[in-house]
Write a protein that binds this ligand. Structure first.
Ligand code: HEC
Ligand code: HEC
Ligand code: HEC
Ligand code: HEC
Ligand code: HEC
Length: 218
């Protein structure tokens, strides 16, 4: 029988198949890595704002407590963003002519709230509650990072499901006394696991069902 294909065709076919399958694997691996990467989760990306509000200045240098501006963080699901008059309590006296603050003055004059681009936001199908965490002794810093060193805000953690569940599996070593929740750079000489277990007992923190789906998806 006449040979239609040269003998080497078989080898080329194998090679092509090999490259194709290898390529598919590589693509799959790349997608898996990308799915968990900082690019997809926005971790570390600085968010630009109309007014370049600096936590480094206000929470760091000026030492204004988080709760002065995020005043529902201990009692409600949401922390709350400050209304314009909170800014104006100081900026009607200092930096009154600053160009940077023009949108703040405009917001006050027009009685329209300031618009801030969100940094940390969960999908609608996830239930979260600030008050519960803060009262259990999870510091702002544990989820939002060293906010007092951020000229512009960025996401310090991934905020993925595995990040939440990681802590829910064993929250003890991440807890601190309640009076230190807003403190940045908090540290202790105690063993974190032991301290956490004591806080769980003393503050009656419910850690039994924290990894059940309905806790976060209700
Ligand atoms: C003087 C008021 C003020 C103080 C004090 C303050 N913040 Fe803020 N915070 C803001 C404003 C305004 C925004 C919205 C602009 C931005 O994202 O930077 C904001 C945004 C945030 C965000 C991002 C929310 C999001 O998802 O968009 C976090 C997290 C946050 N603050 C945490 C803190 C923590 C923790 C402290 C204390 C260490 C603190 N803030 C102190 C005014 C304040
Ligand atoms: C307790 C007083 C106080 C409050 C409340 C306050 N600021 Fe300030 N802010 C200051 C002071 C003081 C400075 C000057 C900081 C410096 O130069 O060290 C400043 C500076 C600024 C600047 C100039 C850039 C910078 O950070 O140096 C902007 C913009 C600003 N504030 C926006 C805001 C906004 C928006 C709010 C409300 C969410 C706000 N401030 C609330 C005291 C305050
Ligand atoms: C257990 C993790 C965790 C802790 C602790 C925590 N946060 Fe948050 N924070 C989040 C998550 C998650 C979101 C996004 C919520 C959403 O989109 O529904 C958020 C959003 C915010 C926002 C913007 C939206 C809002 O809720 O108004 C602010 C401001 C904020 N946090 C401030 C704080 C401050 C201040 C503290 C400490 C007193 C704190 N957070 C403690 C996880 C945390
Ligand atoms: C650093 C630890 C930590 C992280 C991170 C964390 N949690 Fe929690 N969470 C806790 C602890 C501790 C409790 C138990 C509080 C209690 O029962 O007093 C809790 C309780 C809850 C509850 C129960 C509230 C209720 O009504 O009883 C929800 C919902 C929840 N977490 C959602 C989340 C979500 C969503 C995330 C991620 C975006 C998250 N948590 C990240 C520590 C954490
Ligand atoms: C401690 C909180 C928490 C618990 C418990 C939890 N989830 Fe989630 N889940 C989240 C968060 C936060 C997201 C959003 C992740 C994101 O935006 O990347 C999410 C996203 C999801 C999604 C969307 C797809 C995805 O992976 O992004 C599915 C499906 C899901 N969860 C199913 C479950 C199931 C099933 C369980 C129980 C075994 C469960 N979750 C338990 C917090 C939780």
């Amino acid at each position: 029988m006449a040979q239609v294909f040269p003998r080497s065709a078989d080898m080329w076919l194998r090679l092509a198949l090999f490259i194709l399958i290898g390529g598919l694997f590589a693509l799959f691996a790349a997608l898996v890595v990308l799915d968990r990467s900082d690019y997809i989760t926005d971790k570390g990306w600085v968010v630009q704002q109309l007014v370049p509000f600096s936590h480094e200045h206000h929470a760091g240098a000026l030492k204004i407590d988080c709760r002065y501006c995020h005043d529902s963080v201990e009692v409600s699901p949401v922390a709350g963003l400050p209304p314009t008059y909170t800014c104006m309590s100081c900026h009607s006296q200092i930096w009154t002519g600053a160009q940077m603050l023009a949108p703040v003055r405009q917001s006050l004059a027009r009685q329209e709230p300031l618009r801030w681009n969100r940094v940390s936001e969960l999908p609608d199908y996830v239930y979260f509650h600030h008050g519960v965490h803060v009262n259990a002794g999870v510091g702002c810093e544990t989820c939002h990072g060293q906010v007092d060193t951020m000229p512009l805000m960025y996401r310090a953690e991934t905020f993925t499901m595995s990040w939440c569940v990681d802590c829910h599996q064993n929250p003890a070593p991440r807890l601190r006394p309640r009076d230190a929740v807003t403190e940045m750079g908090w540290s202790t000489s105690h063993d974190r696991q032991q301290l956490g277990e004591r806080l769980i007992r003393e503050n009656h923190i419910e850690t039994q069902n924290l990894t059940d789906c309905y806790i976060c998806h209700r």
